[in-house]
Design a protein around this ligand. Structure first.
Ligand code: SF4
Length: 338
């Protein structure tokens, strides 16, 4: 590990200042991803700015009936928060599908959005990787790519975003609250993460000196008809091969509103407005769910080892929508897929 300067931010403005005047600086809160990356010499910050004591740990109702979640709320606190359990159970379910209890106790909401891909080549400094070392090449494209992306990939990178929480937030239409040198702004969660294109080393659309201060959920929570299904190689403490967040509003068996987001298949949580539009007004049947799956997976491109993901994703989408429609969401305590 390299030497680095450590400092503790006294407030959000101080964190922005410390970040802006030191180009090699990184923020640290729970540290559940950054410390691993530093141990492997993948991340080499010259300054670590500890933001863990900033007052960003509140979960509060907004005036319009939504929820504002501070960036430093631990994942476990959020997953078990009564308002989230009652009104946004899709989010609670996705959080509990991720990592382990110990990691969820440390990991924060903001850090969850900022975590980096788990592509093994990204962590191995002996191999080329455009995300770690721009212009060096991508070892995964002709290498072991079983876990890699099938949607939104580029010739530079086929990595996936590892977050479960972000997949549910994308489906729920969450906003990211950001503070920076030019003031405060919000961004749709679906715009926060980037596709790799030819700049895979840039994961998000955060600007220089900007930090996440919170997440805002709109009032619509889809608390009755939802499900988060995560398919992985083992039933806990593994990243998704494919995950699906599905949320429906039904009038009898007719779909009034539909949201579907995918994890494990792209560099960002994957939504298709076309697929959701195709579901609205239709009966909640397997045929219509299959049609939505087809639209969601349109343009999928596979490599030598991850071709199975297309059919896996198709089946997972149909199954998750079926679970949502029948109000029998996937249990995260008993992860056996029903
Ligand atoms: Fe690096 Fe992306 Fe290729 Fe993985 S997929 S080796 S992260 S460039």
């Amino acid at each position: 590990m390299i030497n680095f300067q450590y400092c503790r931010a006294t407030d959000v403005a101080d964190a922005i200042l410390l970040l802006t005047d030191h180009p090699g600086a990184k923020l640290i809160a729970g540290g559940t991803n950054l410390i691993d990356l530093m141990k492997e010499n993948v991340e080499q910050p010259s300054r670590l700015i500890d933001i863990s004591r900033l007052p960003l740990r509140k979960v509060a109702e907004t005036a319009d009936g939504g929820l504002r979640i501070g960036a430093l709320v631990p994942n476990s606190d959020l997953g078990y928060h009564p308002l989230v359990e009652q009104r946004y159970p899709l989010l609670a379910s996705a959080i509990l599908a991720g990592a382990s209890a110990q990691l969820r106790n440390m990991a924060t909401v903001g850090g969850n959005l900022m975590q980096r891909t788990r592509c093994a080549y990204f962590y191995n400094t002996a191999t080329p990787c455009n995300k770690r070392s721009p212009g060096s090449g991508c070892s995964a494209i002709d290498g072991l790519n079983r876990n890699h992306a099938i949607l939104g990939t580029s010739a530079s990178c086929i990595a996936t975003n590892p977050s479960d929480m972000s997949v549910a937030l994308a489906a729920l239409g969450a906003l990211v609250h950001i503070a920076g040198p030019s003031g405060e702004r919000t961004m749709a969660l679906t715009d926060f993460h980037r596709l790799p294109d030819d700049t895979p080393h840039v994961d998000t659309n955060l600007g220089t000196g900007e930090i996440i201060t919170g997440i805002e959920l709109p009032p619509r929570g889809f608390a009755h008809n939802y499900s988060y299904l995560k398919v992985r190689d083992r039933l806990s403490y593994a990243f998704a091969l494919v995950s699906v967040a599905a949320a429906l509003e039904l009038d009898g068996n007719a779909i009034r509103e539909a949201r579907v987001a995918l994890g494990g298949v792209a560099h960002k949580p994957w939504r298709s407005l076309e697929a959701e539009t195709a579901l609205r007004g239709q009966a909640a049947t397997e045929d219509h769910f299959s049609r939505a799956a087809h639209l969601l997976l349109e343009g999928a491109r596979t490599c030598s080892h991850n071709g199975f993901k297309i059919e896996l994703a198709r089946r997972a989408i149909v199954r998750t929508l079926t679970q949502a429609a029948s109000a029998t969401p996937q249990s995260q305590a008993h992860k056996k897929i029903a």
